[in-house]
Write a protein that binds this ligand. Structure first.
Ligand code: DQA
Length: 148
């Protein structure tokens, strides 16, 4: 089972970026934890972990996922609240590559502009508010969904 984990703008800055909101783990720390978790869930789970500050690059990666990946975990970051293009890309591959949306912070407890997710309706589920641990919850949920 191949899982593509995508991270949007500014998530490369985790560790020093507003640590009171996003925690002190770096994206590399989260990647290592996701890989460990994948190994515990099964020998056959492969993780491809990527980050981009470019909306176009994220859309391209999603569009290429059909036939290559079984599922997507995505933290679209600020694009969550603005990108119809990202939502459309997720919808375009949803029949073959279901996605789970993850956020480090509880966006509903923050500014009103962060309450709306354009991408959530293109995903099978959403997890938020557990900082880096949320990625492992998302992986468990997606693997469970793909296995049943
Ligand atoms: C975020 C929440 C977004 O509102 C914000 O723009 C981010 C990170 C999160 O993981 O909590 O960059 O997606």
């Amino acid at each position: 089972m191949k899982i593509l984990v995508l991270n949007g703008p500014n998530l490369n800055l985790l560790g020093t970026r507003e640590p009171d909101i996003y925690g002190t783990e770096t994206l590399a720390d989260i990647e290592a934890e996701v890989n460990t978790c994948a190994g515990q869930l099964g020998d056959d789970i492969e993780i491809e972990f990527r980050q981009s500050n470019s909306e176009a690059e994220l859309i391209t990666w999603i569009g290429e996922a059909r036939g290559q990946y079984d599922g997507i975990i995505i933290n679209p970051a600020a694009l969550t609240h603005t990108s119809l293009g990202l939502a459309d890309a997720l919808k375009a591959v949803a029949d073959a590559v279901p996605a789970v949306e993850v956020h480090l912070s509880n966006t509903h407890a923050r500014e009103e502009i962060r309450h709306k997710s354009l991408t959530a309706s293109a995903c099978i589920g959403q997890l938020m508010g557990f900082q880096g641990f949320g990625y492992m919850l998302a992986l468990r949920a997606l693997v469970n969904k793909l296995s049943t």
